[in-house]
Design a protein around this ligand. Structure first.
Ligand SMILES: Nc1ncnc2c1ncn2[C@@H]1O[C@H](COP(=O)(O)OP(=O)(O)OP(=O)(O)O)[C@@H](O)[C@H]1O
Length: 676
């Protein structure tokens, strides 16, 4: 894996030492971490910084300016790239009231710092906060195109939300102190119907909270003030702005929430799948999420719509950048590939991967908002995960059993149960595929190695019906763009060398015009989730487990969860070789053999020893655990690490495990006790 060039989290500061005792290595993140612990019911009263205390402080410090989603913030609180003083000068004072004498109006500009907090007296207090790269263009665009937005904010999906009257937004409108909404408010604003699109409704995350990085409640000037002129971006010149935000249902790619299917989207929501030809302007929408935030909806998708703020990773085939969607102001991750470097085969596989990830909609799966081609580049727009991946979190926090089960394992199992119910196996569940959102919602990604048995199942049904379209499963390709649809024929490949001799435009046109019609194995029959007929989370009523290949791969996913849980609680990987999981079994054996020859007498696979020194155990019953791991947790882990995939419980079984259920109940009870 390529390490991120710029970590998504801040570097530890010297002050971190004082927090070590509470398991926190980074005091700047303490607020967010404490919020999480409070939710889990494991925070001590003494180390829980309550939001009302913070709001009473007229000035903030570095510590409390960080990611506390109990506060209203306008945008990502990422300060790493932030200058000490906002560009243009002004610092805290810059984001101050203005706007024609309206004392409640705060005008923000790109690079501004500030967030509006309200003390109990109702006075607004600018906080030091960076407004990432939201440019004034975005803010102005909103002001111009939605004059009805007063009194509203934006929810997780860019949904317009009302607010409770304990804080004010930039225009002086009331917001709740924690950015959250009451149930009635969210219902009024359609949030509940939107949640219906989260597949099985799983996750159960705090969806009524509005994470700070997805709250672009940008300030607006009143219509008619100098700052309200229409945006002057090149793309805006091509698109009508008058109805860009308001009349979304009439938009070509907008869908009323009521028609958004649970789980996989309807193929009807992906009109591009039947539009293989490149548009005259060289753009094409390849995939769009059925839960695309309304503010992101538009008919043209171009690179110019993204304000790039940071390079996150660069490989020989793609560049990953953090960016801001200029339409919505929402932070995203943009992965761009050079189309000229694609073979037809790799392009088609990447396209399948993107289609799959866009259609698999679940609270614990990272959203692919859209994928499009523009100017010889294929761009995939991902939901941005501000807390980075599990590795980054582990580097900074010590996770106890409650955090491991509630923050990592349960959401992971929910995501897997959902995917498996749709016939999709992840295939590469590792720490760098496990991302965390601002509110600690887990979201898995990395479907490049996924296998889609739904497509195979459909092919088989066709074959039984007399179709000759079935072909045997193809070899499993790893790496980006290698999603395999089991039993689905791969399109013919063209050589990379011939591709590289073509111009980008010609290559793009060629690839798009010869791509398979993906709608033919889309959700209706292939994924089968849209009818909601399944007893499991609205998924298809297909017994994928009758396919031994599926059982093996789903079992491998479960084993990866077991391995991860062991590693999180014990500190080293379990010294056991897992059938169907360890890719390079010879290499793995060699590694473990090395450990076997270790003369140390610590006993087999002593916990805490590096894997290269661990002795291989032959059965999960022999796995060593430190005394800190409860017997029930050991049993739970061992069940996932059964040697044979067929002996492992399914993700759904594990979610019903009495120990996991009681752990959740305990967390909930403690959490509510603490909040009282
Ligand atoms: N949507 C995102 N939000 C925040 N960080 C991300 C996001 N996507 C990726 N990252 C970070 O960037 C790193 C590199 O991303 P990349 O997609 O190249 O990861 P990878 O897991 O190595 O890729 P691959 O899918 O090829 O295995 C990730 O490990 C993760 O920390």
């Amino acid at each position: 894996m390529r390490r991120i060039l710029s970590s998504e989290l801040e570097a530890p500061s010297p002050a971190g030492a004082s927090s070590a005792a509470s398991g926190l290595k980074l005091p700047a993140l303490k607020a967010g971490w404490q919020s999480l612990k409070e939710r889990l019911g494991i925070a001590r009263a003494s180390d829980t910084p309550t939001s009302h205390v913070r709001r009473q402080e007229p000035q903030d410090s570095d510590q409390d300016s960080d990611d506390d989603f109990d506060e209203i913030k306008f945008f990502s609180n990422d300060k790493r790239g932030a200058p000490a003083v906002p560009s243009g000068g002004g610092g805290r004072g810059k984001s101050s009231t203005s706007g024609g004498g309206d004392p409640g109006l705060l005008v923000l500009r790109s690079g501004d710092f500030g967030a509006i907090l309200t003390s109990d007296s109702g006075q607004t207090t600018p906080k030091r906060e960076r407004f990432a790269s939201v440019s004034s263009k975005v803010l102005q665009m909103r002001a111009t195109t939605d004059s009805t937005m007063r009194g509203t904010g934006y929810g997780m999906n860019g949904q317009l939300l009302s607010s409770s009257p304990t804080a004010v937004d930039a225009a002086g409108n009331a917001l709740s102190p924690d950015g959250g909404l009451t149930a009635s408010q969210s219902l009024r604003n359609g949030l509940s119907s939107n949640r219906g699109a989260w597949g099985d409704g799983g996750g159960g995350g705090p969806t009524l909270k509005v994470p700070s990085d997805t709250v672009p409640t940008a300030s607006r000037r009143d219509s008619g003030t100098p700052g309200t002129s229409a945006p002057t971006t090149p793309s805006s010149a091509r698109r009508p702005t008058s109805d860009a935000w308001g009349a979304s249902t009439s938009h070509p790619h907008s869908q009323p929430h009521s028609v958004v299917a649970r789980g996989l989207s309807s193929s009807a929501t992906i009109p591009h799948a039947r539009e293989p030809a490149l548009s005259s302007s060289g753009q094409q929408l390849l995939a769009v999420s059925p839960v695309l935030p309304p503010l992101m909806r538009r008919s043209e998708w171009v690179m110019e719509d993204y304000d790039i703020s940071r390079l996150m990773a660069r490989t020989s085939s793609y560049v990953l950048q953090r960016a801001t969607c200029m339409h919505s102001g929402l932070p995203v991750c943009l992965k761009t590939y050079n189309m000229a470097a694609f073979s037809r085969e790799s392009f088609n596989m990447l396209r399948q991967e993107v289609e799959l990830q866009a259609r698999l909609v679940h609270n614990n799966l990272l959203k692919v908002f859209a994928a499009f081609v523009d100017d010889g580049q294929l761009a995939i727009v991902y939901e941005h995960a501000p807390r980075g991946d599990l590795g980054a979190v582990m580097e900074r926090f010590t996770l106890g059993t409650a955090e491991v089960t509630e923050v990592v394992i349960r959401p992971l199992l929910k995501a897997l149960a959902f995917m498996h119910s749709r016939g999709v196996c992840h295939g590469n569940l590792k720490g760098d595929c496990i991302m965390f959102m601002q509110d600690w919602r887990l979201a898995i990604t990395g479907l490049a190695s996924a296998t889609n048995f739904a497509a195979a199942s459909r092919s088989r049904r066709h074959r039984h019906e007399g179709s000759d379209s079935f072909s045997h499963p193809q070899p499993h390709h790893r790496g980006s763009g290698s999603v395999r649809s089991a039993g689905m024929p791969l399109p013919g490949a063209s050589s990379r060398s011939s591709r590289s001799n073509m111009s980008a435009a010609a290559a793009t046109a060629s690839l798009l015009n010869t791509a398979p019609d993906l709608s033919s194995y889309g959700s209706r029959s292939g994924y089968g989730a849209e009818d909601g007929s399944s007893s499991h989370g609205g998924g298809p009523d297909i017994d994928y487990y009758s396919d031994p290949d599926f059982t093996t791969k789903a079992g491998a996913d479960v084993a990866m969860v077991g391995r991860l849980m062991y590693e999180l609680l014990v500190g080293s990987p379990p010294p056991i070789r897992l059938v169907g999981v360890d890719e390079d079994e010879d290499a793995n054996d060699a590694l473990l053999d090395e450990g076997d020859s270790d003369e140390s007498s610590d006993g087999p696979g002593s916990p805490g020893r590096p894997r290269s020194q661990a002795r291989l155990v032959s059965s999960p019953e022999e796995l060593p655990f430190p005394s800190s791991v409860a017997p029930q947790a050991r049993r739970f882990i061992r069940s996932m690490l059964a040697r044979e995939a067929f002996d492992r419980p399914t993700a759904s079984d594990l979610l019903r495990d009495p120990w996991l259920l009681s752990a959740a109940q305990t967390a909930r009870r403690r959490s509510s006790e603490m909040r009282r």
